[in-house]
Design a protein around this ligand. Sequence first.
Ligand code: SF4
Length: 105
Amino acid sequence: MTVLYAVLILAGLGIILGLGLAFASKIFHVEVDTRVEDITAILPNANCGACGYPGCAGYAEAIVAEVAESLNQCKPGIKAGKAAEIRKYLDEHPNPDGTVNKLKV
Ligand code: SF4
């Protein structure tokens, strides 16, 4: 009988803690702009820092936030035409407010 109580208590705790985690994930949910991930995937992902940002994801965030100087800052990606590829992507995926990213190639 004691074992049954232990199992019931552990099952109850599991349910309560699971519900707590589910509730916390809803409250602390962070909205992620998928364009950052998509632009990071377009970049060479050498994470060399030659663009002046801490890795390709940092440069992608700066592009999406329109704080980068241009789309041509990725030195390894220049010959591969990454800037034009990113420009095309940004034209097809406008900002959440409907405006188009104004960074130039
Ligand atoms: S220069 Fe290009 S490859 Fe290097 S970190 Fe910047 S975006 Fe990535």
